[in-house]
Design a protein around this ligand. Structure first.
Ligand code: NAG
Ligand code: NAG
Length: 274
């Protein structure tokens, strides 16, 4: 009997102890890391409005200088004007963000990527720490199927956004659109479709027959960079990009050919790896 009693005594104690351990494991709030759950994916709140036509690309043109490129692939109207924290005086042009809306019944809650192509200089764009003034197309794309008009009618939303999303323009390489005011002594170019960071911290130009000397270009406005005061420039030009945050370098060798023309577009054969 003693042999039987011993396990029958021990068993409930073990069960009791295991329940005690399990219950404290299940209900002890110290073991639930709330901050970890909430910061998952690094989503931050932002304000959102929209501008332009309901199915449009915001404004044709805009403060980055992409002109009607905002409507065309790869931007395809999925674009946004940014308040100061996103536009960054033009350095933010070309950066990609994920946005999603969750607070309106018509929201799909699905994240989507937009590119900064314009500046939103006033009103809520300045009042909020982050504000997206989206194209009508992009704003409507945050809705569940068939509900785009419903959220466009709401007009203003609190959304979630994720910064430092790598831009990825499959099959598209960095492109240079020569400013129409360029001449042999003054070279300015819109630089677009930059994978990865999207934002540029520095741009340099190297002339033909000048194998070592990279001349710094200045940001002119938006995504347009210029080289002025370096005398008569000899093409072909190579252009070296340094991305703003990661400092990664990309060189487009001889991308601007001899006989280049103002207003022309030149496609490089390189882009950042993503
Ligand atoms: C909770 O998660 C955050 C973010 O991952 C971490 O910094 C913090 O140390 C964690 N806290 C505890 C108590 O584990
Ligand atoms: C684009 O760049 C990649 C390298 O980054 C290259 O392999 C590819 O051929 C280029 N595509 C075009 C159309 O130039």
């Amino acid at each position: 009997m003693a042999l039987l009693q011993s396990p029958s005594f021990c068993f409930p104690l073990a069960l009791f102890l295991s329940l005690l351990v399990n219950s404290s494991h299940c209900f002890n709030p110290k073991l639930l890391n709330i901050s970890k759950v909430q910061s998952e994916g690094d989503w931050s709140p932002a304000g959102a409005t929209w501008y332009g036509s309901p199915d449009g690309a915001g404004s044709d043109g805009g403060a980055c200088g992409y002109k009607n490129g905002v409507e065309q692939a790869p931007f395809s109207s999925m674009v946004s004007a940014g308040g100061p924290s996103l536009f960054k005086s033009g350095k933010g042009c070309g950066a990609c963000y994920q946005v999603k809306c969750t607070e309106n019944a018509a929201c799909s809650r699905n994240p989507m990527t937009v590119v900064i192509t314009d500046e939103c200089p006033g009103g809520p764009c300045v009042a909020e720490s982050a504000h997206f003034d989206l194209s009508g197309t992009a704003f409507g794309a945050m809705a569940s199927p068939g509900k785009a008009d419903e959220i466009r009618n709401a007009g203003v939303l609190q959304i979630q956004y994720q910064s430092r999303v790598a831009c990825n323009f499959p099959g598209v390489n960095v492109t240079f659109q020569i400013d129409s005011g360029s001449n042999p002594n003054y070279f300015a170019s819109l630089i677009e479709y930059i994978n990865g960071d999207g934002e540029l911290g520095a741009v340099q130009l190297k002339q033909a027959l000048d194998s070592d000397s990279w001349l710094p270009m200045q940001q002119s406005w938006g995504a347009v960079w210029k080289l002025d005061g370096a005398g008569q420039l000899r093409a072909p030009f190579s252009i070296k990009l340094t991305s703003l945050d990661s400092g990664k370098i990309l060189v487009a060798n001889n991308v601007i050919p001899v006989g280049w023309q103002p207003g022309q577009t030149y496609w490089s054969v390189v882009n950042y790896a993503v």
